[in-house]
Design a protein around this ligand. Structure first.
Ligand SMILES: Cc1cc2nc3c(=O)[nH]c(=O)nc-3n(C[C@H](O)[C@H](O)[C@H](O)COP(=O)(O)O)c2cc1C
Length: 156
């Protein structure tokens, strides 16, 4: 298991925060690096959520969610939303979208999604979203590699 984790960790990724709200309107956020693009036509993306996540039910029930791609300056958001804590939005700036999804400002890219499909995948669920809106900005990405946050190094 440890060896497999180490092997999987050789795949460098960006870092996202995936947000949604539950039926009562409470905001949720979870740090995820399982994000991947799936299809351009129709525009689909996916991410995986652990079955043991305390937030699982909110994401399984949510009709909409947003994937925020973090900048190198937003490691604090990644750390914040990787914690198990039900008052996760304390001291975090956000707005609600028209569909009730919490939106974090100043990210590198954002995908506003309608939940299209959910598949079981071992100890995770695979959540597929159809992109209804997207935006992006210039900036440097936050990376995750071999279990640590990294930044892009520019030679010279
Ligand atoms: C860089 C990074 C990437 C992560 N990627 C995922 C992921 O793709 N799916 C997931 O379910 N958890 C992922 N996690 C763990 C969750 O962020 C964390 O378990 C969760 O926020 C714990 O809270 P909860 O159980 O209350 O939901 C990741 C954590 C980090 C630091």
């Amino acid at each position: 298991m440890k060896q497999l984790r180490q092997c999987l960790g050789r795949f460098a990724t960006g870092v996202t925060v995936v947000t949604c709200s539950d039926a009562a309107g409470n905001p949720y956020g979870i740090t995820a690096n399982s994000f991947s693009s799936v299809s351009l036509e129709p525009p689909l993306v996916l991410w995986n959520i652990a079955k043991i996540s305390n937030s699982l039910q909110a994401y399984l029930d949510a009709t909409h969610f947003a994937i925020h791609v973090l900048t190198a300056e937003q490691e604090f958001l990644a750390e914040h939303f990787a914690q198990t804590d039900h008052s996760r939005y304390d001291n975090i700036a956000y707005d609600f979208s028209e569909t009730g999804v919490p939106l974090l400002p100043d990210v590198l890219a954002r995908f506003d999604c309608r939940t299209a499909d959910i598949y079981e995948g071992g100890d995770h669920y695979i959540i597929v979203g159809e992109i209804e809106n997207h935006l992006f900005d210039d900036g440097e990405p936050l990376l995750f590699y071999r279990g640590d946050y990294r930044r892009v190094e520019h030679p010279g």
